[in-house]
Design a protein around this ligand. Structure first.
Ligand code: NAG
Ligand code: NAG
Ligand code: NAG
Ligand code: NAG
Ligand code: NAG
Ligand code: NAG
Ligand code: NAG
Ligand code: NAG
Ligand code: NAG
Ligand code: NAG
Ligand code: NAG
Ligand code: CU
Length: 610
C-alpha cells in the first residue's frame, strides 16, 4: 500500500520553510481557551480531608469490580457550561462553530476519584433552533443513569433557552472527554477533556495533561450530515480537512477559493518537556470519524492505560486511537545534546480506513524554554509510517492485559449483531443492525418508559432495544459486513468502527478479520475498555456483567455512522430500572421544557438524532 504523500505545504512546513506562528491570536483560533493551564496538572485537587496523604486514602483503584467502594471525599465540583454559536479559526480557516463558554476545545473538567461533579449546561442556541445534551464518555453512571446525556434515551434534549444540571460521580481514575450527543454537534466544537485524579498505576514526574487528537471539518456539521444522509447521486462521504492537536494546526490557505478568511501561520500546540524527566500524556481521540496514529519523533511511548483501565506497561513507537479511545502514555525526556533539540508530535489520520484530505496533524515539543518562547520550528525524524502494515486496528489483544486481573466468566446470554451498510427504499444510506436501522424519538426517552415498567417497544422497532432480562453476563458478537479484500473499495465499503458501550468497561474477547471462530484471546485476563475498533470485514466480541441497571447505547463512534443508524440500546436489568422516582423526576426536568419548545417549534431531525 503506497503512503499518502504529504502536500507541498506540509513538506515545506516540516522543512522549516514556512512560518508556523504569528498570523492569529489565541482568541481568534481558540477563543477563551488557555490550553497551557491544563499542561501541568496536580496529583490531586485540594478540598477534601487527606488520609495517608491522599483524598482517596489507601484505597486501590480496581475498575469494574462489582460493588467496588469509591472514596467518600464529600466534595462536589461545580461547573457551568454555556453552549452558544461562535466563529473561530482553530487551524486558520474561519468557520462557524458551537462553543462552550466561548472556547474550543471546551473547559477541562477535573475531579478527584470519588468526588461528585455538577455541570449546569445552558442551551443558548435559540438562533439556531437546536436542542443539545452532553455525554460524559466512559463513566459508569451507577445509580445516575439519567445523567448519561443521551437525548431520547436518558433525557429529552435541553431546549433552546433552558438549562439542565448533570450530577454524577467521578467513578473512574484517568483520562476521558465529554461531547454533545445531539446529532453531530460535536463536529462543530462541543467536545472537551475530563481528568480524574487517583492512585497512579505507574510512576511519572510531570503530568502534561490532555492531548486531544481530532479530525477537523470546515463546514458546519449540518452540511456534513446532509451530505452523508442524502439520497441523490452525489458522493455520500464526508472528507475531513485537517488533523488538530488540542484544537490547533495550520492550513494551506492557498487552496481556499471561496473567499473564506484564512491565515496559514495560525500556530500549532506547544509542549514543554524537561530533560531526563518522565512525562504523562493523556491521549484522547475527540474526533468525528478519523482513526489516529499518534507518534512523537525520536521518542518511544510507554502505554500505561487504555481508556480508564490501567494496563501492564508496554513500550511502542505509535498508538492507534479510534474516535472515543484513550491511552495514557509515559514519555521519557532526552538528555545531553538530544535535549537541546525540538521535536514534532504527530497525529496522522489513517488514509486507508478514514477519509482525510490532509491527514498530517502536528504540534511542537520543546526542551529549551527560550525555543518554546520563540516558537522555533522543530527538526526531527518521523517514526515509520504504520498504515501499511497495521491497517485500521488496535494492537493484537495479547499485547497487554489489565493490572487488575478479572478472568472472563461464561456468558448466559449472547446477542449477535450483523452489520449491513446499505440503502433503504428511498435510496438513503443506512446502517442496518440485524436488518434494522436506528432512529431516536427525542420526546420519549427509553429510560423513562422503562422506569414506567414498559420494557418492549413493538411499534418502535427503530429504537433497536435489546433487553438483558435477568441475565448476569451478556456477550455481544459484532459481525461487520464481509467484503472481498481484493475489492478496490474494501475499506470504504466495510469500514473500521470504534464501538463504544455506555455504562461499562467491557471485556474484549476477540477481534480480527472474518467471522468469529469462538476463540477467546487471553481468557484469564482479557483487556477491558469502553471503546474498541471493530476491524473492516471482521468481528468484535465483548462481554460485560449486568451490574448497572439502565439503558446503555452500544454504537459506532463515527459521527456519520451513528447519524445513519449505527446504534443499539441495551436495556439492562429492566426490573431494577422500574419505579425509581429519581429517574422520573430528573427526566421530567428536560422533557417539560423540550415538550413545550417542540410544541411551538418544528424540530428538524436531520438524522438518527444521535
Ligand atoms: C494560561 O494559564 C497559565 C497557567 O495556568 C498562566 O500562567 C497564564 O497566565 C494563562 N494565560 C492567560 C492568557 O490567561
Ligand atoms: C463525609 O461525610 C460523612 C457524613 O456527612 C462523614 O461520616 C464522613 O466522615 C465524611 N468523610 C470525610 C472524608 O470527610
Ligand atoms: C436554569 O433555568 C432556571 C429555570 O428557568 C433558572 O431559574 C436558572 O437561573 C437557570 N440557571 C442558569 C445557570 O442559567
Ligand atoms: C506520519 O506522517 C509523516 C508524514 O507527514 C510520515 O513521515 C510518518 O511516517 C507518519 N507516521 C506514522 C506513524 O504514520
Ligand atoms: C500475539 O498474537 C500474535 C497473533 O495474533 C502472534 O503473532 C504473537 O506471537 C503473539 N504474541 C505473544 C506475546 O503471545
Ligand atoms: C443488506 O441489506 C440489503 C437491503 O435490505 C439486502 O438486499 C442485502 O441482502 C443485505 N446484505 C446482507 C449481507 O445482509
Ligand atoms: C430512509 O432513510 C431516511 C434517512 O434515515 C429516512 O428519512 C427515510 O424515511 C427512509 N426511507 C424509508 C422508506 O424508510
Ligand atoms: C429521495 O427521498 C425522497 C423522500 O425522502 C424521495 O421523495 C425522492 O424521490 C428520493 N430521491 C431519489 C433520487 O431516490
Ligand atoms: C435479514 O433479512 C433477510 C431477508 O431480507 C434475512 O434473510 C436475514 O436472515 C435477516 N438477517 C437477520 C440477522 O435477521
Ligand atoms: C426476572 O425474574 C423475575 C423473577 O423470576 C421475573 O418476575 C421477571 O419477569 C424477570 N424479568 C425479565 C425482564 O425477564
Ligand atoms: C474508496 O477507497 C479507494 C481506495 O482505498 C479510494 O481510491 C477511493 O477514492 C475511495 N472512494 C471514495 C468515494 O472515497
Ligand atoms: Cu462506524
Amino acid at each position: 500500500m503506497s503512503p499518502f504523500p504529504p502536500s507541498n505545504f506540509i513538506i515545506q512546513l516540516l522543512a522549516g520553510a514556512l512560518p508556523l506562528f504569528g498570523g492569529l491570536t489565541n482568541q481568534q483560533t481558540n477563543g477563551n481557551l488557555n490550553a497551557s493551564s491544563w499542561q501541568n496538572l496536580p496529583e490531586f485537587l485540594p478540598g477534601s480531608t487527606l488520609k495517608h496523604g491522599y483524598p482517596w486514602g489507601n484505597l486501590k483503584y480496581k475498575p469494574d469490580i462489582v460493588n467496588e467502594p469509591l472514596p467518600e471525599t464529600n466534595v462536589t465540583r461545580y461547573y457551568h457550561f454555556d453552549i452558544a454559536p461562535g466563529t473561530l479559526a482553530p487551524d486558520g480557516y474561519q468557520k462557524q462553530m458551537l462553543l462552550i463558554n466561548g472556547q474550543y476545545p471546551g473547559p477541562l473538567i477535573e475531579a478527584n476519584w470519588g468526588d461528585w461533579i455538577e455541570v449546569t449546561v445552558s442551551n443558548s442556541l435559540q438562533d439556531l433552533d437546536e436542542g443539545t445534551s452532553i455525554h460524559w464518555h466512559g463513566l459508569r453512571q451507577y445509580g445516575t443513569q439519567y445523567a448519561d446525556g443521551v437525548p431520547g434515551l436518558t433525557q429529552c434534549p435541553i431546549a433552546p433557552g433552558s438549562n439542565f444540571t448533570y450530577r454524577f460521580r467521578a467513578d473512574h481514575v484517568g483520562s476521558s472527554w465529554y461531547h454533545s450527543h445531539y446529532s453531530a454537534q460535536l463536529t462543530s466544537g462541543l467536545v472537551g477533556p475530563m481528568v480524574f485524579y487517583g492512585p497512579k498505576s505507574a510512576p511519572y514526574d510531570i503530568d502534561l495533561g490532555p492531548v486531544l487528537l481530532s479530525d477537523m471539518y470546515h463546514p458546519y456539521y449540518e452540511k456534513l450530515v446532509e451530505r452523508v444522509n442524502n439520497n441523490g447521486s452525489e458522493v455520500h462521504f464526508a472528507f475531513s480537512d485537517n488533523s488538530v492537536i488540542n484544537g490547533k494546526m495550520v492550513f494551506d490557505c492557498s487552496s481556499v477559493t471561496d473567499g473564506t478568511p484564512c491565515v496559514s501561520n495560525s500556530g500549532v500546540s506547544k509542549f514543554q518537556f524537561q530533560p531526563g524527566k518522565s512525562h504523562l500524556l493523556r491521549l484522547v481521540n475527540v474526533g468525528s470519524s478519523g482513526l489516529q496514529f499518534f507518534t512523537i519523533d525520536e521518542h518511544d511511548l510507554t502505554v500505561i492505560s487504555n481508556d480508564y483501565i490501567p494496563v501492564k506497561p508496554y513500550t511502542t513507537n505509535s498508538v492507534t486511537l479510534g474516535v472515543g479511545q484513550r491511552a495514557d502514555v509515559i514519555v521519557h525526556g532526552k538528555t545531553g545534546a538530544d535535549a537541546e533539540r525540538n521535536y514534532w508530535m504527530r497525529a496522522n489520520l489513517s488514509v486507508l480506513c478514514t477519509l482525510p484530505e490532509q491527514p498530517y496533524g502536528l504540534a511542537a515539543i520543546y526542551y529549551d524554554e527560550k525555543d518554546f518562547e520563540d516558537s522555533k520550528t522543530p527538526t526531527s525524524a518521523p517514526q515509520p509510517l504504520i498504515d501499511a502494515d497495521m491497517p485500521c486496528s488496535n494492537p493484537p489483544l495479547n499485547t497487554t492485559s489489565p493490572v487488575t486481573r478479572i478472568p472472563a466468566p461464561p456468558a448466559d446470554q449472547t446477542i449477535t449483531i450483523h452489520i449491513n451498510n446499505t440503502k433503504n427504499e428511498t435510496g438513503h444510506p443506512v446502517y442496518l443492525l440485524n436488518n434494522q436501522t436506528f432512529r431516536v424519538n427525542y420526546n420519549e426517552p427509553i429510560l423513562d418508559l422503562a422506569d414506567e415498567g414498559i420494557f418492549y417497544y413493538p411499534s418502535d422497532p427503530e429504537w433497536n432495544v435489546y433487553s438483558t432480562g435477568n441475565s448476569s453476563v451478556v456477550r455481544i458478537v459484532w459481525e461487520n459486513q464481509k467484503v472481498d479484500p481484493s475489492d478496490p473499495n474494501f475499506y470504504n465499503l466495510t469500514f473500521t468502527h470504534p464501538m463504544h458501550l455506555h455504562g461499562h468497561d467491557y471485556q474484549v474477547l476477540s477481534y480480527g478479520f472474518g467471522e468469529w471462530d469462538g476463540t477467546i484471546i487471553n481468557p484469564e485476563n482479557p483487556i477491558r475498555r469502553d471503546t474498541t475498533l471493530l476491524p473492516a470485514s471482521g468481528h468484535l466480541v465483548v462481554q460485560f456483567t449486568t451490574d448497572n441497571p439502565g439503558v446503555w447505547p452500544f454504537h459506532c463512534h463515527v459521527a456519520w455512522h451513528v447519524s445513519t443508524g449505527f446504534l443499539i440500546n441495551i436495556l439492562e436489568r429492566p426490573d431494577d430500572v422500574k419505579g425509581q422516582p429519581r429517574i422520573q423526576k430528573t427526566i421530567d426536568q428536560t422533557c417539560a421544557a423540550w415538550d413545550a419548545w417542540s410544541n411551538r417549534n418544528i424540530v428538524d431531525q436531520i438524522d438518527s438524532g444521535l
